[in-house]
Design a protein around this ligand. Structure first.
Ligand code: CP
Length: 310
């Protein structure tokens, strides 16, 4: 893409972080700064639909908060049981219906590829709020925004991904996005939850290497960012397999004794017990600021895709 302007995004979908070039990502992160403290009537008369087939707190509510802060309105459903999906309506028909009620749609769905299908059905912009273990591109934008704030840029840092790297869609999107930048990857997980081969091949194809280990203490002292994830119980085909790994990593104040003083811990949330509450008061804890940055990023994104800009 040549010269990127606000107009470049009007009417587009955001289904995968791969839909965005490095320049487009940087444009969105920079444009989002205008929305840090903005509340007003920029999107007065516009309607956001959230169609969520899976539970969510942060993604759905921060999209709704964003739209309301910009003077727009919201509608939607937060589970398939409260919509006509429970009567057997297809995703395609649902989207074709909702596009008549709104100006932009955010979808979350348990099936990989559902957001892409929705974008094909829809004549209005569709944003992927998470599809199965595949992608969560707006989480990635807010993760990048958070990293760029705490590190004053997106280059020259070491990032460790901890926990469920197999099913964690936020990990998958963020790894792909970070291939645009100069950082070192450390993947820390039990073997059964390691990063899928395809992502490792993408890293190698970019001429980059990575460290893989099951032992957090092997690498913790080297990290600038520790990206902790929840073990995703709902995606395990066998509940017994979940039981074997559910408490495999728990971040405590004690294990943070020898970390870099400016280490920041991120977590897309929700957490179960992989970070103890006692860690929240330490200077390393960045995860609640990270969640809050979701509103800033999503305000910017809705504005750009609707083509009504500050
Ligand atoms: N990070 C995230 O997607 O959180 P929710 O599942 O609460 O939306």
């Amino acid at each position: 893409m040549g010269n990127i302007t606000e107009k470049s995004f009007k009417g587009k979908d955001l289904v995968s972080i791969r839909d965005l070039s490095k320049e487009e990502i940087l444009f969105i992160l920079n444009y989002a700064k205008k929305f840090e403290n903005y509340r007003g009537n920029l999107l007065s008369g516009k309607i956001l639909a959230t169609i969520f087939y899976e539970p969510s707190t942060r993604t759905r509510l921060s999209f709704e908060s964003s739209m309301l802060s910009l003077g727009g309105k919201v509608l939607g459903f937060s589970s398939s049981s409260s919509s006509s999906v429970s009567k057997g309506e297809s995703l395609w028909d649902t989207v074709k219906t909702v596009e008549g009620y709104a100006d932009i749609i955010v979808i979350r769905h348990p099936l990989e590829g559902a957001a892409r299908l929705a974008s094909e059905a829809s004549s209005i912009p569709v944003i992927n709020g998470g599809d199965g273990a595949n992608q969560h591109p707006t989480q990635t934008l807010l993760d990048l925004y958070t990293i760029s704030k705490v590190r004053e840029g997106l280059d020259n840092f070491k990032i460790g991904f901890l926990g469920d790297l197999k099913y964690g869609r936020t990990v998958h999107s963020l790894v792909q996005a970070l291939l645009n930048f100069d950082c070192d990857f450390y993947f820390i997980s039990p073997e059964v939850l390691s990063l899928p081969l395809g992502f490792k091949e993408e890293i190698r194809a970019e001429g980059k290497s990575f460290v893989e280990t099951e032992n957090l203490l092997d690498v913790l002292s080297q990290l600038d960012i520790l990206y902790v994830t929840r073990i995703q119980r709902e995606r395990f085909p066998d509940p017994m397999e979940y039981e074997k790994v559910k408490n495999v990593y728990i971040i405590t104040p004690d294990i943070l004794k020898d970390v870099k003083k400016d280490l920041k811990i991120l977590h897309p949330m929700p957490r179960v017990n992989e970070i103890l509450k006692e860690v929240d008061k330490l200077p390393y804890a960045e995860y609640f600021n990270q969640s809050k940055n979701g509103v800033t990023i999503r305000k910017a994104l809705i504005s750009l895709l609707l083509g009504v800009t500050l």
